[in-house]
Design a protein around this ligand. Sequence first.
Ligand code: ADP
Length: 272
Amino acid sequence: SDGRDELDFLIKQSIRASKTVEREIQRLNRIENYRKEFIGDISHELKTPIFAIQGFIETLLNGAIDDDGVNRKFLKKAMRNVNRLIYLTKDLMEISKLETGELKSDVQDIYLRNVIKEVVENLQYKAKKEDVSLQFEDFSKSVLVNADRNQIKQVLINLIENAIKYNEPGGSVTVGAKSFSKDEDRMLVYVEDTGIGINQQFIDRVTERFFRVDKSRSREKGGTGLGLAIVKHIMEAHGEEFFIESTPDIGSTFSFTLSKVDRTSAAAEVED
Ligand code: ADP
């Protein structure tokens, strides 16, 4: 009868509604758990440098300040830890903006060669300091890609700094771009190193925030554990792909795709 159908309809509708509510609660729980985990991770990361600074200052106040043999050494150590807190704060702000979607990619037509060349030149001094040779593998001047210039620079900086940090004295880093073999409309930008490499079991985890294969090596080199998480977010925001290939003791190649722009469209930047 009509009454039966109406009741059936109402029951089905309320089941659907309660399922929607349930899904929404699950979504909010996930966000809440993520937030709790994030705060836990941050607190943990802040503790080490803060306690170190406290220790050095305490020792100085307890008399070491008058000991010319150690006072400057302790101040320098405290300063190094302050710097770590600064890097960490900068990376945390960056990742939180990326994760909340507050930081929108400002996508423009850019000359890929200019961006890569600029970053490689700016990082030469870091490579020299670690006795690593950093090379730019030249490619066509005229390749235009569609991307956020600052964000792509950030990606390149993070990848090249890692390639230098996780290398050996006398090692090398090669940066360049080539046509993406699977897709003519895209370029593949690569950062290749002859460094320590990554064990297969960890490759999928290195883009997790605060994950490091070797915590003490990362710390000693000024790492925050957020560099690759930032890279992954930026590439996702661009709708592009990101790849990691690595062999322990041989080296790693980090690469990402960028979409080419038709030469006829207006360029936002002047070719050098
Ligand atoms: P970190 O600040 O520790 O460098 P990242 O997020 O940039 O943080 O990298 C996470 C971890 O991935 C590093 O601690 C390191 O163990 C590993 N890793 C990153 N890049 C390389 C590389 N080029 N070669 C070997 N290991 C790397």
